[in-house]
Design a protein around this ligand. Structure first.
Ligand SMILES: Cc1cc2nc3c(=O)[nH]c(=O)nc-3n(C[C@H](O)[C@H](O)[C@H](O)COP(=O)(O)OP(=O)(O)OC[C@H]3O[C@@H](n4cnc5c(N)ncnc54)[C@H](O)[C@@H]3O)c2cc1C
Length: 333
């Protein structure tokens, strides 16, 4: 039996929909919220009740979303936002889940993911590359290379989406998302689409606060004319560097932001914490700033390990470590 069920769209206008059931761990879960939402969206939209988020994050831990929605386009997305606002239902946006730690109790309310094709287009015009928020960063880097545009190679190995990269101001190899950003298109919590020049959207190290409330729809990046073979060589060098320095197991990338005084990975290494394990969660033996899921880890175990590292850093080096990974959801259902 599958752990989720697609909500059927048999509800007629004016009808009170029957609660829709999904099965999770043998227990039946009813979702009147999902049943009310589904008929308001286009037929191509995906609405799932009690959807396990562990399978939608790279760390592969955590509980379910009450309701998980993939809108088919901007009209659907605006409808989801208005529906939730009118009922005071919390909304959270999920990209490719590569910077998220979902607690074991899962996420209450509606989780929206821009996985539909309408949000994943990448187009190049001259030096400008326009990408939907759901596009993979790897795809953005590959398209830039195909059009001999340099400057976007650093995105190649970051396993996120354009939306997640905008929210996190993701970066690598001395480059970062807002360094190559020209314009953004976003949707306000009221469901209005707006375009802004990058200069009007303040961003900082691993954060763009504007995306705490607004949902990224698309970005326009600026590349520089370059040589395709040289771009390819740079991307391969970056890829090799990652393969040599990062673990292969499931992770959420760097767990902590780098403190001003020392890279978090080096600090954790110097504290002798590499390999420290709680249940299925382990400080990577390859890179101290990664916590890996060695198989069957729970979010509680990962959280306990994070806390252990923070306590050690504080006690032995007086360094306050701040998480880069975003911790979301509840401890229990
Ligand atoms: C192996 C590995 C290596 C990594 N290497 C790097 C690296 O080199 N550099 C780096 O910066 N990061 C790195 N990361 C972390 C991660 O890939 C980035 O932070 C990435 O930008 C997250 O994108 P995502 O789509 O997975 O977002 P998610 O993890 O799904 O979400 C992250 C945040 O973005 C928000 N969000 C997602 N989509 C939208 C949207 N459309 N509008 C508004 N908010 C949105 C979410 O609500 C959440 O707050 C790595 C992760 C892994 C697993």
């Amino acid at each position: 039996m599958t752990a989720t069920a697609t909500i059927r769209s048999e509800t007629r206008p004016g009808e009170v929909p029957a609660p829709v059931a999904a099965t999770a761990g043998g227990a039946t879960v009813f979702s009147p919220l999902a049943a009310l939402l589904k008929p308001r969206l286009s037929a191509a939209a995906v609405v799932l009740a009690c959807e396990p988020l562990a399978r939608r994050t790279t760390l592969k831990v955590g509980g379910p979303a009450d309701v998980y929605v993939e809108p088919a386009g901007e009209t659907d997305l605006a409808e989801v936002l208005r529906f939730c606002r009118d009922r005071a239902v919390p909304v959270r946006i999920l990209g490719r889940g590569s910077n998220l730690l979902v607690r074991d109790g899962g996420v209450r309310g509606v989780v929206v993911c821009l996985a539909a094709l309408a949000f994943a287009q990448v187009e190049v015009q001259g030096p400008l590359l326009r990408a939907g928020a759901g596009a993979r960063l790897k795809q953005v880097a590959a398209e830039a290379r195909r059009h001999a545009l340099t400057g976007l190679e650093f995105l190649e190995g970051i396993p996120g989406s354009v939306g997640g990269a905008l929210r996190m101001n993701a970066g690598a190899h001395q480059a970062w998302t807002f360094g190559v950003l020209e314009r953004v298109r976003w949707m306000t919590p009221e469901g209005e689409a707006e375009e802004k020049p990058a200069s009007a959207v303040p961003a900082e190290y691993r954060s763009c606060p504007a995306f705490r409330t607004n949902l990224a729809l698309a970005a326009v990046f600026r590349g520089q004319p370059g040589d395709e073979a040289a771009i390819q060589a740079r991307m391969e060098a970056f890829r090799r560097q990652r393969q040599e320095t990062q673990p292969r197991e499931a992770s959420a990338g760097c767990i902590f932001k780098n403190p001003a005084t020392i890279p978090a990975g080096r600090l954790i290494d110097e504290l002798g914490l590499k390999g420290t394990r709680i249940g299925g969660a382990q400080v990577s033996t390859v890179h101290g700033n990664f916590i890996v899921n060695t198989g069957g880890a729970t979010a509680a175990e990962v959280l306990e390990l994070i806390e252990w590292v923070r306590v050690e850093a504080r006690a032995k080096r007086a360094v306050e470590l701040e998480t880069e990974v975003e911790i979301v959801g509840e401890d229990s259902v």
